[in-house]
Design a binder for this molecule. Sequence first.
Ligand code: ZN
Length: 293
Amino acid sequence: MDKRKALKYAVVLLSAAVLFLCSCGIRPGGRTENAAETAVSTAETETEKETEKETAAETETQTEAETETAAETEKETETETETETETETEMENAFYSMELDEELKDRIRGRSYKDDCTVPFEDLRYLHVLHKDIEGNVHEGELICNKRIAADLLEILQELYENDYPIEKMRLVDEYDAVDEASAADNNSSSFNFRFVSYTTHISKHGYGLAIDINPLYNPYTKMVNGERSVEPANGVPYLDRDKEFPYKITRDDLCCRLFLEHGFNWGGDWENSKDYQHFEMPSSVVKSLYPD
Ligand SMILES: [Zn+2]
């Protein structure tokens, strides 16, 4: 083969090769372009992935936030429930009744529990309560009453306390040597005191612990005796005029009177032959059913 022929073959071969390569889409620099596209596509995928990750992270954060909020709400609910329970427990701790233990018996023996007392100790209950004076100061109160009205008195006194109904003092009458006049003159509210109804030989309902006097100084007992007005306590005279306004005055439509009437008590302010504005008692039928003699 001569040189010329060989050159011709080489040109033909080269042309064929170029054509082949072109038909396959492979161009000079093509590989680089494809790599770039792949790179861009990878980058896009990565960005997408990152975005997804971020979204996932955000969702996670949101979920965490939601969980925290839920936890906080739960905590708040718990706190509220705890507060309610605490208040209930506080009230249960403050308003309770119990049988008289030896210490209490010693406190009242020979005083309100006279030697000739016909009511057995077992029939009496000691009550511990809270009460507020007219300025809203909270005081601890003590009371001894018949077990028949213990639950009623606890309910009534708790409701009066919660409604800020003022009661000035509530100590055992024994702290006044069981002298009713001294206790009433000091505006002390009390229940059990074995004694007789003034000017009679009947056992007073206080003698059974089935009556209670509330704020007695401002709500005195009054009766005409031999044409003369008797007032107990004696220093309660200024409060006989029930049209006057003064603190601790019991009226028929006030909360104190309404609660006692609702619990089956009678009010001394309703009596006709005498007035005992401080006094709430169980009806005589109840006394007779408990103490037939
Ligand atoms: Zn009374």
